[in-house]
Write a protein that binds this ligand. Structure first.
Ligand SMILES: [Zn+2]
Length: 246
């Protein structure tokens, strides 16, 4: 009886030992599975973050001219390069406030984009290309020898394109401000414009008014007029973005 109990005790001890070894193994396996699971979860989260941080819509704002290149000029000596820079920066600010990634071909009057006009234009397009811009908007003021000529003028690639749609949105929003007339749409296929012809982005060039016309000039050189033009252009870009989503 004594012998039997001892053997029985040894068997129980062996069983308990095997049980603890098995439980340890199970714990190790489970632990491994948990860490594999959690690391793959972390990886998924990282990818989600990467996808989220990649901007889905990039706008390139191109205030025309700059530095030595003054563009056109109003009768009282205001340069196109200064008017379009102020408007362009405001457009960008509004878009940035609406969570849109904005890149600028220039943000000040010192930036020299090229040693000559052609190189300057090539670099503007390159900035849009390097930043994978979806939309490129070049902002200018017009001029003409006949000072009675006024109006908003939009340029785009060809009729029935997304470029034309973007141009129309901008034209309509500016026209709603009622400071001037609306001129016919201009197509660069008839009269090539480097920044439109060589651009990968959906692109347009807007002439917000004639600096050589007194009425246009009074509005587009005023602080209030520039703010209104910027709001209109930004609103048009946002509406265009929504329209191409559908
Ligand atoms: Zn210009």
């Amino acid at each position: 009886m004594k012998k039997k109990r001892k053997r029985y005790k040894i068997r129980i001890e062996r069983l308990a030992f095997s049980f603890s070894v098995i439980s340890m193994l199970i714990l190790l396996v489970l632990n491994g599975a948990i860490s594999i699971f959690s690391s793959s979860k972390e990886k998924i989260n990282d990818t989600t973050l990467l996808v989220k941080s990649k901007p889905s819509f990039v706008v390139c704002i191109d205030p025309g001219h700059g530095a030595y290149d003054r563009g056109t000029e109003s009768a009282d000596g205001v340069f196109e390069k200064d008017v379009v820079l102020k408007v362009g920066l405001k457009v960008g600010q509004i878009l940035e406030n609406n969570n849109i990634k904005v890149v600028y071909t220039r943000k000040d009057d010192e930036t020299i984009l090229g040693s000559d006009d052609k190189e300057d234009l090539r670099k503007r397009v390159q900035i849009a290309h390097d930043n994978k811009a979806d939309v490129f908007v070049s902002i200018h003021c017009n001029s003409y020898k006949d000072a009675s000529i006024k109006g908003i003028e939009l340029w785009c690639d060809e009729p029935n394109t997304k470029d034309e749609l973007l141009a129309k949105y901008i034209q309509d929003e500016l026209y709603k401000l009622k400071y001037t007339e609306k001129r016919n749409m201009k197509y660069q296929s008839n009269s090539p414009l480097y920044v439109l012809k060589n651009n990968d982005a959906i692109s347009t060039l807007v002439e917000i008014g004639y600096l050589t016309n007194k009425d246009d000039s009074t509005f587009i050189t005023s602080k209030n007029g520039q703010a209104k033009c910027a709001e209109a252009i930004a609103k048009a870009i946002l509406s265009f973005k929504e329209s191409i989503k559908k």
